[in-house]
Design a protein around this ligand. Structure first.
Ligand code: TYM
Length: 332
């Protein structure tokens, strides 16, 4: 069976972009793959986090994994900081990476825009190497993610190939990204030219998985569209309605073409009303499952068992890596 690995940062509530780009794939893959899903708290601290909130968000994300349908009897779910091998491999890979390739990462460029070098946190710069370590540590074949992670996966592949070539031996499995056709890049509802994000100021720019039905309705009814009132997919000229069509399509399972036909000549009002319904139908069961799971002792047990299983796999790959580099004499 092919191995799948992915992770989500515990930096606030997940939105439908996270769900449609990544988590939906997590669930789809678990029946015929060996899946490992991580709450990447080490990534979250690249920016300052309130410790109390971080502790709580870690459990929120783990509970959301379960609430969307990740099944701990099929998949491993664990917290990154509970498997020390991630930071160990990250250092080894840092020593195999170049400043130039990290400087080219668009996410780094975005996050450091307008800042002096002296005030850019080093963690933001080296973050993609930690992500590569996450992936390579599990001999991962497939990484289900949204489009914004494409360049980071490319780096993980480059590092794997570089180390393998250096020792003329297969130390790391070279992973592949997996991106959905629709859903890989859900855009902001108030500005459809930028990606939906957890941190945008306007809360109506996104729909979070734990939003109330009323908030979902308000966010969709307010979503930016254009003035010609034609439900047509055209990202360049009609980014707002195209984004809503993508969301509708993944939630309903209907193709964009089918939806365009269904709403021909009917305007945006009808379309948005139906989209509200489709979205609420998909999200409200997640919300109620979340409330139950988040309070349960079961959640902690899942994470304890997950960390144990993840550690066992990771230690083997780390040992192999130490051996290749000529270190880790006492590692078992
Ligand atoms: P994060 O926490 O920002 O996002 C989690 C997942 O959601 C996807 N995503 C989106 N998909 C579609 N539309 C959007 N608007 C949208 N916004 C976010 C992301 O692509 C991601 O799949 N660096 C990663 C976490 C990570 C990771 C890993 C992922 C760390 N190590 C190893 C895979 C493998 C991140 O910050 O995701």
């Amino acid at each position: 069976m092919k191995r799948v690995f992915s992770g989500v940062q515990p930096t606030g509530n997940l939105h439908i972009g996270n769900y449609l780009g990544a988590l939906k794939q997590f669930v789809e893959l678990q029946d015929d793959h060996e899946c490992i899903y991580c709450v990447v708290d080490m990534h979250a601290i690249t920016l300052p986090q309130d410790p109390k909130e971080l502790r709580s968000h870690i459990l929120d994300i783990a509970a959301l994994y379960l609430a969307v349908g990740v099944d701990p009897s099929k998949s491993i779910i664990f917290v990154q900081s509970e498997v020390p091998a991630h930071t160990e491999l990250s250092w080894i890979l840092t020593c195999s990476s170049y400043m130039g390739e990290l400087q080219r990462m668009t996410q780094f460029k975005d996050k450091s825009k307008g800042r002096e070098n002296s005030s850019i946190p080093t963690g933001i710069f080296t973050y993609p190497v930690l992500m590569a370590a996450d992936i390579l540590l599990y001999d991962t074949d497939i990484v289900p993610v949204g489009n914004d992670q494409k360049q980071h996966i490319e780096l993980a592949r480059d590092l794997a190939i570089r180390v393998n070539n250096r020792f003329d031996k297969k130390i790391f499995q070279v992973p592949e990204g997996r991106f959905l056709k629709e859903g890989a890049r859900i855009m902001s509802l108030d500005d459809p030219t930028s990606k939906m994000s957890k941190s945008a100021e306007n809360e109506f720019s996104r729909i979070s998985l734990l939003d109330t039905d009323a908030k979902i309705k308000k966010a969709i009814m307010r979503a930016t569209t254009d003035s010609d009132a034609m439900v047509k997919f055209d990202v360049e000229n009609k980014p707002g309605i195209s984004n809503l069509l993508s969301i509708y399509s993944v939630f309903s399972g209907k193709s964009i073409e089918t939806l365009e036909k269904e709403y021909e000549g009917r305007g945006y009002g009808d379309f948005k009303k139906d989209l509200v319904e489709v979205t609420i139908d998909a999200i409200s069961p997640i919300r109620s499952r979340f409330e139950e799971i988040r309070q349960s002792e079961e959640l902690l047990k899942v994470l304890d068992e997950g960390a144990e299983k993840a550690n066992a796999i990771a230690e083997k790959v780390l040992k192999r890596t130490y051996d290749a580099f000529g270190m880790g004499r006492k590692r078992k």
